[in-house]
Design a protein around this ligand. Sequence first.
Ligand SMILES: Nc1ccn([C@@H]2O[C@H](COP(=O)(O)O)[C@@H](O)[C@H]2O)c(=O)n1
Length: 262
Amino acid sequence: MTATLRFLGTGDAMGVPRVYCDCAVCTEARATGVNRRFRSAVLIDDPEAGHIMIDCGPDWGRMMETAGLRFAERMLLTHGHYDHIGGLPEWADACRWQERRGVAYAPEVTIAEVTARFPWLSRTIEFRPADGGFRLGGWNVRAWRVNHGHNGYAHAYRFDHAETGWSWAYCPDAIGLSEAEKAPLAGLDLLVLGTSFWHETIPYERRSVHDVVEALELLRELKPRAAVFTHLSHDIDLTRRYELPESVRFAETGLRIRLGDG
Ligand SMILES: Nc1ccn([C@@H]2O[C@H](COP(=O)(O)O)[C@@H](O)[C@H]2O)c(=O)n1
């Protein structure tokens, strides 16, 4: 059986709709919901490793309900920013009420940030350093630090299947990657990349995530076999048809991708 990647949340730091905003995309998100987006998170459903979520933003509870999920045993964290970790206390409470222990993998620096913000989490969640790489079922997993522009740094994860050689990466929050940061993104079957806006016009020094224009340029360089753009702001309207290469698409809530096809 092949593992599946499910997009539980596909939004940027504010989600869609933005609470203060009456733009067409936010209005559509409120009315019909094509553009309604929880903060970005994915679920890996692997025949050997089970259910593993990547990132745990403040929409965690509603995301789980929407997906019909009752429990998440394991989490991978990309960085310690609110939109990626704000749901950890709720997850920890769910662990506590069920008398189960959650396991969260993250780089040591992120574990330190998270446990400083939420010191009680270690009672119910076991934090495991991801720095040296680790194994999840058949996947060899590595994490590395990526530039996050105005907001400092984040991490990306690469997964290589030990038997099939299939490889994919999750890099939701990055911009202006250096050559060394790009290197682990080479030769992928699938790249999931954060792109908040189509073309973000605020000064570069104030930006923190690739826009679609930059991401397409990056794809021309990295040449993954397929790519999915996530971490989408209210600038992206999924009721429209965008001109994207055939192998590239925007994520939508509930999208499932088989990790091993093709
Ligand atoms: N030290 C920080 C800086 C920012 N945040 C939160 O991160 C989000 C920014 O998201 P982008 O993906 O747009 O860079 C936002 O929710 C900030 O509140 C943080 O938690 N810690």
